[in-house]
Every structure is written in structure tokens, then in C-alpha cells.
Design a protein. Structure first.
Length: 422
């Protein structure tokens, strides 16, 4: 485990591949779904006939061979699918932007199907002028586009007492990152006018659960968005169509979907979702409250239990994501020996504020067993803790805000398992 890896360059990898090119052409590797008649030098079936014309597929979908990719739930995790969660397939995605149809779901009473013509957003309480907005009113206001991660506070919650779920989709899949289009919340508040005693906001959703959370005014006036688009499209119903709150870097439960009402007050409302739920029970039995910020976190998405290594040895690219509710990711380190040695990963693509950040680590795998870990550091200097370090401070009674370092055990045959190391 402690053996230093042989860092093969891309150029070296390509030289090796080209050297074996003739053999590869003469004896192509076949999978169970391969048809030898379609392989070079033959002309493949799809090159012999015309395909579908334009406008047959009025809304594009993934290729048939990718149809297995989708959100998944864990049926025994909750009592009903209406108050449950489905997970983003992190192991099937690269880059930092999550496709709209793969963003994780978390509902408390199922998906609210809102008629946009009947939609209204109420703004009242400690304001000079109570207001009511239609969807068209909101779309007419000054807008911005921002990419942010959205993470459920219970992401990785099953892992507090030890390794439980076997797959990055299930251990870390309550997170996504999209480009939101919306109106800064402060624009609406300025339109209504705030009373001097205003300190808090109550956000209420239009679902049957009437999801409500208390929001400090300082956050509302900072970077909060009243969003109606994701990745250019109107919000999907499961993500709050037609309007949701976006609170960058904060736990997703307060990103109220199907936003119906905003009330301005002088103190928090202490609703169910911020008292009996979404509080952090500490080792001494006391609970932390209003712990909104999602701390720096990372996970290796490939290889992982659902994405094993499919080659026996050689050049290998490790891929993962990192994020922090405190700002940008400054650095990600990777260990292949369970944290004994750490090496810097390459951050690729944009490293935006409070957004997912993609990292890679390239090495020459010799076929030996590995213990893969990643460790994120954000621009504030905060370093992602090990699970042991986290439990020393938090205990094991919690569900929420688990940002401990994840370990994957790679066996010599390429299979991967969720484990913990001391």
C-alpha cells in the first residue's frame, strides 16, 4: 500500500498504445454487446442506411446505450417515496455541470405540479408595501446567471457510524451543480421596502408539506436568488418549477422549492425543519441549530463501487469532485494508500465560487490493491477532515453535515468497495 506509484505521462501512455496498435487492430477487444461485423475494416450497419431526420426527436435524449444512467433511490431508506430522496449518478458524470434530468430529488410531500398561470409569490410582513408577484413579473426583473452546487444536509448521512452504502451515487449523490437564472432576492425586498426591525425571513413552499424555513436577512441581501431557470431551461417540476430559492453554499433544505410566500420578521420562526429536523445532535446530546453552511467536501467518483477499473494495469485517470459552501476550492489532494501519502490532484475546468470543482489524478496502476481518498481545501484555508477527526468533535449521533474523507478499496481485479480506515 505504501509503494510510490509510477507516474506515467500522457505521452508515455500514447507511445505504449501506439506500439501495440497493430496487435490491437488485428485482435480487437470484444464486449458482450459487440458485433464483429461492425468492426473495421468492415462497414458498420449505421453507415449503410439513412437515419432519422430533423425534428423527429423534438427534445433530445441520451443514446440508447446510455439509457441505464439515471437517478436511483434506496427503497428502505424512507417510509414513502413522496417523502424521500433520489440520488445523482455522480459516477456517470464528468465536468462540473449536472444535467437537469439527473439532479437529485428531495421531497417532503411529492412533486408539486404548479400551473404557471396560477402561480403567485407573496411578500409581506415587516415591509413598507406588501407585494404579490406573478411569474411574468419575476421574469421582467433584472436577472443574473450563477452556477452553484446544491447539497442536501443529509448527504453522506448514512456513513456517520461506518461504511454503509456501496456507491458514490448513494454515499454522496445528494448534490448537483447547475447554472441558475434568477432575480437577486434583494431586488424584491428593495421593491417592498424593509422595516428597520426586519432581521429574518420565512420562506414557504407551495407543496403539500408547506415546507418552511427561517432565513437570516443578511444572507437574503447577499447572494440569495429567486430562480426560475436551470441550465437555460425553466426549472423542472422536481426542482421547484416555476420558482425556487437558491442560497449558495447553504444546505439544500432551505432552498425552498415551489416558492409561494416570503414573510419578513424580526426573529426566526423555529419551524419543524429547523428544530426536530435539520439540527445536528452532538456527542453530549445537545443540538446545533441553524448550521446552514456546507463545509468543504470531496469524493472520488471514478473509480468507485459503481465504476470499477476495467483494465488490468497501466495508465489510469482518477476523477472526482470537490465543493465548499465557504467559497472556491483552492486545492485537492489524493491518496492511493489510505492517507499515508498525499499528492496534489489537477483541478480542471472552472473553479467557481460555491460550485462543484472537477479534479483528476493520473498514475500508472500496477494492479495492486489501493485505498483511494481525496481531501479538499477551500480558499478560506479549511481542510476537509477525516471521519475520525469529524467524530471526535461531532460524535456519532448526527445525520447532517457529514463531510468526512471517503475511502474506496480497489481490489486487484478492479472491483471497488466502500470501506473505512483508521
Amino acid at each position: 500500500m505504501s509503494k510510490k506509484p509510477n507516474r506515467t505521462s500522457r505521452r508515455g501512455f500514447l507511445r505504449t498504445a501506439l506500439a501495440g496498435g497493430a496487435a490491437a487492430i488485428a485482435s480487437p477487444a470484444l464486449t458482450a454487446d459487440s458485433n464483429p461485423a461492425n468492426l473495421p475494416p468492415n462497414v458498420a450497419d449505421w453507415s449503410k442506411t439513412l437515419g432519422e431526420g430533423v425534428a423527429v426527436r423534438t427534445y433530445g435524449k441520451p443514446a440508447k446505450s446510455e439509457a441505464h444512467i439515471g437517478r436511483r433511490d434506496v427503497s428502505w431508506l424512507t417510509a414513502s417515496p413522496q417523502s424521500s430522496v433520489s440520488f445523482t449518478p455522480l459516477h456517470e458524470i464528468d465536468g462540473i455541470i449536472t444535467p437537469n434530468g439527473l439532479c437529485f430529488e428531495r421531497h417532503h410531500s411529492g412533486i408539486a405540479e404548479v400551473n404557471p398561470a396560477d402561480y403567485r409569490l407573496m411578500l409581506h410582513g415587516l415591509v413598507d408595501k406588501p407585494l404579490m408577484f406573478t411569474l411574468d413579473d419575476i421574469k421582467r426583473m433584472p436577472r443574473v446567471n450563477r452556477a452553484y452546487f446544491c447539497e442536501c444536509a443529509a448527504n453522506s448521512g448514512m456513513e456517520w457510524r461506518g461504511a454503509q452504502l456501496n456507491g458514490a451515487q448513494f454515499t454522496h449523490g445528494m448534490v448537483h451543480c447547475v447554472m441558475y437564472t434568477g432575480v437577486p432576492l434583494k431586488v424584491l425586498l428593495n421593491e417592498a421596502g424593509l422595516k428597520p426591525s426586519a432581521k429574518w425571513l420565512l420562506l414557504e413552499g407551495g407543496d403539500a408539506a408547506a415546507m418552511t424555513r427561517s432565513l437570516p436577512l443578511a444572507k437574503a441581501l447577499d447572494d440569495a436568488l429567486v430562480a426560475y431557470r436551470m441550465n437555460g431551461e425553466m426549472l423542472y417540476p422536481e426542482n421547484g418549477y416555476p420558482v425556487r430559492m437558491v442560497l449558495p453554499g447553504w444546505e439544500a433544505n432551505i432552498w425552498v422549492k415551489w416558492l409561494r410566500r416570503i414573510e419578513v420578521g424580526d426573529q426566526p420562526w423555529h419551524t419543524r425543519e429547523e428544530t426536530s429536523k435539520y439540527t445536528d445532535v452532538m456527542a453530549d446530546g445537545q443540538a446545533r441549530r441553524f448550521t446552514y453552511v456546507m463545509e468543504a467536501k470531496s469524493v472520488i467518483t471514478n473509480p468507485s463501487p459503481q465504476a470499477p477499473i476495467n483494465h488490468k494495469s497501466g495508465f489510469t485517470v482518477l476523477s472526482g469532485i470537490a465543493w465548499s459552501g465557504r467559497g472556491k476550492i483552492a486545492r485537492v489532494d489524493v491518496s492511493i494508500d489510505g492517507g499515508r501519502n498525499w499528492r496534489p490532484a489537477k483541478i480542471d475546468g472552472p473553479a467557481w465560487d460555491k460550485a462543484l470543482t472537477r479534479f483528476y489524478y493520473e498514475f500508472d496502476w500496477d494492479g495492486s490493491e489501493l485505498l483511494l481518498q481525496s481531501r479538499a481545501m477551500d480558499e478560506s484555508g479549511y481542510v476537509q477532515p477525516s471521519k475520525t477527526e469529524l467524530r471526535k468533535y461531532r460524535g456519532v449521533n448526527s445525520i447532517y453535515h457529514n463531510n468526512g474523507i471517503q475511502t474506496w478499496h480497489v481490489r486487484s481485479n478492479g472491483e471497488v468497495e466502500n470501506v473505512e480506515v483508521g
